[in-house]
Design a protein around this ligand. Structure first.
Ligand SMILES: Nc1ncnc2c1ncn2[C@@H]1O[C@H](COP(=O)(O)OP(=O)(O)OP(=O)(O)O)[C@@H](O)[C@H]1O
Length: 332
């Protein structure tokens, strides 16, 4: 007998009542166990709709979701939708008891039949998420990022097989984000849990995910590893989602020294080298965006604007003249 897929959507569609456009159209998708899969797409593309159908929070109009061969029932078919082996964390931490301690919020997810085991498991999960020092604080006194850690601890303490994350780091400031992302990757490595996440943030999905699924207007446009999709996206849409790239017409490409054979080219800022040769100084620095160890330069020539990364010691100021050499590009 062929292997039963782990988590599997078969041609699922969702048309919201009162609308003519679908949230999601005939999506078929297989989630790889033990990996982090990120669903990415522009706002309104159907990411959350797809995630909620996989989790069983929304019933598809057409199609079916299976978890290890078992059908996932949505709220229209089942009083408590979803599956015991799945948990979801969103950016809202509404189900936390603000006036109880972190420890109690997390321990409350386990039955009290074996108190010793309950204590051991609570301590283990708080350690795993680097939260023991917060264990006896009230949730109300925590930062947004710390509350999000409590929500994740509650979700994973029962050792679900799948964790769904819907924009979980939205409310978390940048400094906390990286730590939390690292801890989730570590948990995936150690426990083998499968994570399916939705995110807006290219840096986040590129560094966290093992697999990316790109959706547009409710349909999958492509999928693959972050490296593969970043380096050679099949679609202009994917390139624009993953990078702050320069999109140029063939005519504009020509002015940048590139002979294009198709209608448009994409050049990532880091694919452009600066050239200080006196005969090459055709571009005017319009803006300098300080990024610490590098700077983003916004350059202009004959009405064309391009973004370039400058990682050299020599820094620029608006009005300076510079040359460029495009090292790599993609054509669409
Ligand atoms: N409850 C609803 N009723 C009607 N239309 C809805 C409902 N929920 C979502 N939609 C519509 O379905 C489409 C997909 O929405 P969805 O929330 O899945 O997109 P998304 O990619 O997650 O967007 P965002 O990144 O902005 O959260 C959008 O056009 C949205 O307006």
């Amino acid at each position: 007998m062929a292997d039963v897929p782990f988590l599997h959507a078969v041609s699922v569609s969702k048309l919201y009542p009162g609308t003519t456009v679908s949230g999601v159209r005939e999506i078929s998708l297989e989630i790889t166990p033990g990996k982090i899969t990120a669903i990415i797409g522009e706002s309104g593309s159907g990411k959350s709709t797809l995630l909620k159908m996989l989790y069983g929070l929304l019933s598809p109009n057409e199609g079916t979701v299976y978890f290890k061969g078992e059908r996932i029932w949505g709220p229209e078919e089942k009083l408590i939708p979803g599956h015991d082996e799945m948990k979801m964390v969103t950016q809202h931490t509404d189900d936390l008891n603000l006036f109880a301690r972190v420890w109690d919020n997390v321990a409350a997810m386990l039955p009290s039949t074996n108190v010793k085991l309950k204590e051991e498991k609570t301590e283990a999960v708080l350690n795993q998420l680097n939260m023991m020092r917060l264990a006896y604080k009230r949730v109300a006194d925590l930062s947004g990022g710390e509350k999000q850690r409590v929500a994740i601890a509650r979700a994973i303490i029962t050792r679900p097989q799948v964790l769904f994350l819907d924009e979980p780091f939205n409310q978390v400031d940048t400094s906390f984000r990286e730590g939390l992302q690292h801890d989730i990757r570590q948990i995936v490595r150690e426990s083998g849990i499968t994570v399916v996440m939705v995110s807006h943030d290219p840096a986040e999905v590129l560094s966290m995910a093992d697999e990316l699924v790109v959706i547009r207007d409710g349909e999958i446009v492509e999928s693959g590893s972050p490296k593969q999709l970043y380096q050679s996206p099949a679609n202009l849409y994917t390139a624009e989602l993953l990078s702050n790239c320069n999109v140029l017409t063939a005519e504009e490409a020509n002015i940048c020294g590139v002979t294009a054979t198709k209608e448009a080219i994409v050049v990532y800022p880091e694919w452009i080298r600066l050239n200080a040769a006196p005969e090459a100084l055709h571009w005017t620095v319009r803006e300098v965006l300080f990024k610490g160890f590098y700077e983003d330069l916004i350059l202009e020539r004959r009405g064309i604007i391009i973004r370039v990364v400058n990682g050299e010691n020599e820094r620029f100021k608006p009005g300076d003249m510079i040359g460029i050499k495009v090292k790599k590009w993609l054509e669409y």
